[in-house]
Design a protein around this ligand. Structure first.
Ligand code: 9D3
Length: 247
């Protein structure tokens, strides 16, 4: 039978997904993938996650990855050469058109399209996902123009670099790899798949400092419980995320 990196999940035989992260802070990721679902997926051989130091692809004595912006301004910009070299060595291609359709190369940047559940699901189908973390004031625009398949932001707030965003992308993607979630949970039944937030959950005790669990949940009446959960999810969505109900 075929050995690693092939694996069989259910009836499917597929490659372990390869995730490469290009960063100037590889140590940032040191324990990040050692917990929970991501750890399980790695141990099961579903995914191989590798942070890489961008400085490895510099050719000057001081391993310089940044430079001053043309046209002036504060701060530094990540140079294109090491990033193009890194992507070439990891994917075999140094232009977007040459990247295999089974691969995605994403630049994490505040100017990107927003990460959504459906983009995460697209990434989860790839054999290789390369994540490029920006730093400083930005990344030379030729990377976004000519190299990457996707420019991705995780939301409208300012981070100091792409590394925390890369963690978010990895987490959202890995749990969607077939076999990564236990069979008890299906990614399809989760929040956002039906456009509503999840319903509220409770466990023991039924009365905590006077705050009571909704009576219906204690009855064992599954039809009534399902009705309550649907309505509670709708109310919570209306209150916290009215934007999900528009259109
Ligand atoms: C102070 C610099 N900013 C001027 C308005 C520009 C800027 C450059 C680089 C702001 C943030 C960053 C670093 N952020 C990311 O690399 C990043 C990010 C983010 O800041 N928010 C949401 N998603 C992402 S993905 C990468």
């Amino acid at each position: 039978m075929r050995q690693w990196p092939f694996l069989t999940v259910g009836l499917l035989t597929r490659f372990a997904m390869q995730i490469d992260i290009i960063t100037i802070f590889p140590d940032y990721f040191r324990e990040a993938f050692d917990y929970g679902i991501i750890r399980r997926a790695r141990v099961a051989g579903l995914v191989n996650i590798q942070p890489h130091d961008l400085r490895a692809w510099t050719s000057d004595k001081h391993h310089v990855v940044d430079d001053r912006p043309f046209g002036g301004g504060d701060g530094m910009v990540l140079k294109p050469e090491p990033i193009f070299a890194a992507v070439e060595s990891l994917t075999g291609a140094r232009r977007r058109e040459a990247i295999a359709p089974t691969k995605r190369v994403a630049l994490l940047s505040p100017q990107g399209k927003r990460l959504t559940q459906s983009l995460a699901a697209e990434f989860a189908k790839c054999e290789q996902l390369v994540l490029i973390c920006g730093r400083y004031e930005g990344v030379d625009e030729r990377v976004a123009d000519a190299l990457v398949t996707d420019e991705v932001s995780i939301g409208d707030y300012v981070l100091s670099g792409g590394e925390p965003a890369a963690l978010v992308v990895v987490d959202a993607v890995v749990r969607l790899i077939p076999g990564a979630l236990g069979s008890e949970t299906s990614a399809a039944t989760e929040s956002f798949s039906d456009g509503l937030l999840d319903c509220p959950h409770y466990t023991r005790p039924p009365d905590f400092e006077g705050m009571k669990v909704p009576e219906v949940l204690l009855t064992g009446n599954h039809a009534e419980i399902a009705k309550w959960r649907q309505q509670a999810a709708e109310e919570k969505t209306k209150r916290n995320r009215p934007d999900l109900l528009k259109e």
